[in-house]
Write a protein that binds this ligand. Structure first.
Ligand code: ATP
Ligand code: FE
Length: 331
C-alpha cells in the first residue's frame, strides 16, 4: 500500500511517499521569503506553495525510487492552517487523485504531528501523553489509539513557538527565532527571572510572559541602551528556561493526574535543546519512557501526513472530491 502525502498548512511545502506505514521519502521546500518580514505572510506563502508543489512531489517520488503508477492513495492536510496555503495542497491532492482515480484521505495536521512518532523505529505504547509544541499550537493530548486522541490541556493565547519567535523579534533576532534563542542560550546564564503564569488545570498561557519580557527589556534599555547587546545570551537563557519550565510543569501535572508514564514530545519546539534535556531528566526522575522524534519529523513534514493517512486507509476513512480546506479543526 503506497501513499503519496501532501502537506502545505503553513510555510513549508512537503511531499512524502509512505509504503505500508514506513517512510520511503520525505521532501520539504522551506520558504525563505518570510524572513524578510519577521513572520509568515499568508499571501506570499500561498504563492510559494504554488511554485514549490510540483517539484517537491516529483522529488519525493524520485527519492522513493517508485513510479507514479505505484501510488494507491493520496493523503493531504485538510487543516488546521492558513487557508491560502492549504488550498494549494488540497487542490493538488484532489487533482492527482482525480486523474488517476485514487482514493483521497484527509488528515488533521495536529493529529499528524502526534503520529509522527510512528515514522520512527521506537514507537510509544498506547495510551501515551503527547506535548505538541509548535508555531501555532501548544497542547497536551492523551493518545489512546492511532486515531483516537483527546486534548486535555492547551494554550489559551500564544503558542510556545510564538513565545520564542515574539521574544526574538523584541531582541532584534531573525525569524523564526526559536532555534537562534536556543543556540544563544547555550552561552548564557538564566539569571533574569520572569514570572510563571498561574493558569488552572492543564492549560497554558504565554501572553503574560511576552508582556513581562517586553517591559523588562524596555526598562533595562532605558537605563542602558546597550543592554540587549551586552546581555543577549543571558536574556535568551532566561526566557528559554521559563518557557521550558512552564511546559514541563504542566506535562508533569498531566502525567500525575492520568498515571500515564509514556511521554512524547511533538512539533517544532521539541527541537529545543533545553526542552529535550529537561524532559529526559524529568523522565529519569519519574520513571517515564520518553519519546522525541527526529527534527525532520518535528517540524512540518508530509511523512507524518502519510503515516496518519496509512492508519486512516486501514480504517477505510476516505473523502470525496467535494472536500475543502478548513482553517480550524480540533483533533
Ligand atoms: P502548527 O503546527 O501549530 O500549525 P507550525 O507547524 O508552523 O505550527 P512547527 O514547524 O512545528 O510549527 O514549529 C515551528 C516553531 O518551532 C517556530 O516557532 C520555531 O521558532 C520553533 N522552533 C524550532 N526550533 C526551535 C528550537 N530549537 N528552540 C525553540 N523553538 C524552536
Ligand atoms: Fe505544524
Amino acid at each position: 500500500l503506497t501513499i503519496l502525502a501532501i502537506e502545505s498548512s503553513c510555510d513549508d511545502t512537503s511531499a512524502a511517499i509512505v509504503r505500508d506505514g514506513a517512510v520511503l521519502s520525505n521532501k520539504t521546500a522551506n520558504q525563505e521569503i518570510h524572513q524578510l518580514y519577521g513572520g509568515v505572510v499568508p499571501e506570499a506563502a500561498s504563492r510559494a506553495h504554488q511554485i514549490n508543489i510540483l517539484p517537491v512531489v516529483e522529488g519525493a517520488i524520485r527519492a522513493a525510487g517508485i513510479s507514479k503508477t505505484e501510488i494507491d492513495a493520496v493523503a493531504f492536510t485538510r487543516g488546521p492552517g492558513l487557508i491560502g496555503s492549504l488550498i494549494v495542497g488540497v487542490s493538488f491532492a484532489k487533482g492527482f487523485a482525480l486523474s488517476r482515480n485514487l482514493p483521497l484521505i484527509e488528515v488533521n495536521h495536529m493529529m499528524a504531528h502526534v503520529l509522527a512518532h510512528f515514522a520512527e523505529a521506537t514507537k510509544p505504547n498506547f495510551p501515551f501523553l503527547c506535548l505538541t509544541v509548535s508555531g501555532g499550537h501548544t497542547q497536551i493530548l492523551i493518545v489512546r489509539d492511532y486515531l483516537e486522541m483527546e486534548v486535555i490541556g492547551q494554550t489559551i493565547d500564544d503558542a510556545a513557538g510564538e513565545a520564542f519567535d515574539k521574544t526574538g523579534k523584541m531582541l532584534g533576532l531573525d525569524y523564526p527565532a526559536g532555534p537562534i534563542i536556543d543556540k544563544l542560550a547555550r552561552e548564557g546564564q538564566a539569571r533574569f527571572t520572569f514570572p510563571e503564569p498561574k493558569i488552572p488545570g492543564l492549560n497554558f498561557s504565554f501572553s503574560g510572559l511576552k508582556t513581562s519580557i517586553l517591559y523588562f527589556i524596555k526598562k533595562q534599555v532605558a537605563e542602558n541602551p546597550n543592554f540587549i547587546a551586552e546581555n543577549l545570551a543571558d536574556i535568551c537563557a532566561s526566557v528559554q528556561a521559563r518557557i521550558v519550565s512552564i511546559l514541563l510543569h504542566k506535562l508533569t501535572k498531566a502525567a500525575e493526574e492520568t498515571g500515564i508514564r509514556e511521554i512524547a514530545l511533538a512539533g517544532g519546539v521539541s527541537a529545543n535543546s533545553a526542552l529535550r534535556s529537561g524532559l529526559q531528566e524529568e523522565g529519569l526522575k519519574r520513571g517515564w519512557n520518553t519519546y522525541i522524534p527526529k527534527f525532520e519529523y518535528c517540524t512540518d513534514n508530509a511523512a507524518m501526513i502519510g503515516i496518519t493517512g496509512y492508519y486512516k486507509y486501514l480504517k477505510g476513512e476516505f473523502v470525496g472530491q467535494e472536500v475543502t480546506p478548513v482553517a480550524r479543526w480540533e483533533v
